[in-house]
Design a protein around this ligand. Structure first.
Ligand SMILES: NC(=O)c1ccc[n+]([C@@H]2O[C@H](COP(=O)([O-])OP(=O)(O)OC[C@H]3O[C@@H](n4cnc5c(N)ncnc54)[C@H](O)[C@@H]3O)[C@@H](O)[C@H]2O)c1
Ligand SMILES: O=C(O)C[C@H](O)C(=O)O
Length: 329
């Protein structure tokens, strides 16, 4: 039987992450090796020509799963019939810009995009926000889409999760696939908390294997949390291929499920679990089955973790208050 192609909308398609992302979506890594896709690329008018160039290259790959590419500079058209939306395009922070200015500038992008998703996307729409500040941008888009179930709006912390996996693997001399049940809590920012207390390394508790709280506090957590800034410092531009890879992982896991005995980290609207105020889009440990995620329940949170989760959640609350004051939610 021929499958109906899945419509995937990508915003910021002509940017760095877009360039690393589109070819992997078209080759089947986002949804599966047997799932045909149609790409809908959304850019601002100045980005359309470059997006057209990328579309030419996509054509030149002759990907069997790629059933069409359309390019738009208008959100209502870009999200028409979208089943999956990857919101990558955002306003970067520029010199002299305060956090409030950044939130206001991004509100101008994510509020209309949320409304366009509300009015034009397919009923089964799943949204991943990558553009920073990702959690609060996701909150803005979600608030503008009252007819879409809130849980369909998610923010990306999978890059942080993957970064933490590698740091822990390198410290303990194991392979990344030997590590399970690692968690990123909170915001995709320097306050995020990568938690290894429930993680397992080849079946043993990771914190016991590491047995070095000083390394955890002074090396592991800051290395993961500040990795984005370190990449910008080294590359002169923010992470792109690794961010695209994490976006692929996030959606693939959401759609196709987590492996038995493992979980993933996703920024999702809180249901109040673990003391995170309801509605904040915060990162949690989740399992995914049949295209739905569930927060892993019942984890014991020690004092070390509690303080760090609370600090990141506090930052999310402040961002929410700021966008509320700006009338964006
Ligand atoms: N969550 C994460 O883990 C993570 C990781 C890396 C980067 N990021 C963020 O992802 C975003 C994109 O990064 P990049 O390196 O691709 O940036 P980039 O500047 O190379 O590309 C952004 C693209 O978005 C487009 N754009 C801007 N406004 C738009 C709008 N309203 N509609 C559609 N397109 C629009 C721009 O024209 C540009 O082509 C940034 O906000 C970055 O900070 C997030
Ligand atoms: O773009 C940034 O500010 C950094 C990015 O979010 C990252 O984590 O690499």
């Amino acid at each position: 039987m021929t499958r109906t192609p899945v419509n995937v909308t990508v915003t910021g398609a002509a940017g760095q992450i877009g360039y690393a992302l589109l070819f992997r979506i078209a080759s089947g890594h986002l949804l599966g090796a047997d799932v045909p896709v149609k790409l809908r690329l959304l850019e601002i008018p100045q980005g359309v020509k470059a997006a057209e160039g990328t579309a030419m290259e996509l054509d030149d790959c002759a990907f069997p799963l790629l059933k069409g590419i359309d390019i738009f500079d208008e959100p209502n058209q870009g999200f028409e019939g979208a089943n999956v939306a990857l919101l990558v395009g955002a306003r970067p922070r520029t010199k002299g810009m305060e956090r409030g200015d950044l939130l206001a500038a991004n509100g101008g992008i994510f509020k209309p995009q949320g409304k366009a998703i509300n009015d034009h996307a397919a009923d089964d729409i799943k949204v991943l926000v990558v553009g920073n500040p990702a959690n609060t941008n996701a909150l803005i888009a979600q608030a503008a889409a009252p007819d879409v179930p809130a849980e369909r709006f998610t923010a990306m912390t999978r890059l942080d999760h993957n970064r933490a996996l590698t740091q822990l693997a390198q410290k303990t001399g194991v392979s990344v696939e030997d590590i399970k049940r690692l968690t990123i809590w909170g915001n995709h920012s320097a306050t995020q908390y990568p938690d290894i207390f429930h993680a397992e390394i080849a079946g043993k508790n990771a914190a016991d294997v590491v047995n070095d709280e000083k390394w955890l506090a002074d090396t592991f957590i800051p290395t993961v949390a500040k990795r984005g800034a370190a990449i910008i410092e080294a590359r002169g531009a923010s992470s792109a291929a690794s961010a695209a890879n994490a976006a692929i992982d996030h959606v693939h896991t959401w759609v196709n499920g987590t492996a038995a005995g493992d979980w993933a980290s996703m920024g999702i609207p809180s249901d109040g679990s673990y003391g995170v105020p309801e509605g904040l889009i915060s990162s949690f440990p989740v399992t995914c089955t049949d295209g739905k995620y569930e927060i892993v329940q019942g984890l014991e949170i020690n004092d070390f973790s509690r303080a760090r989760i609370d600090a990141s959640v506090q930052e999310l609350s402040e961002e929410r208050d700021a966008v509320r004051e700006l009338g964006l939610i």
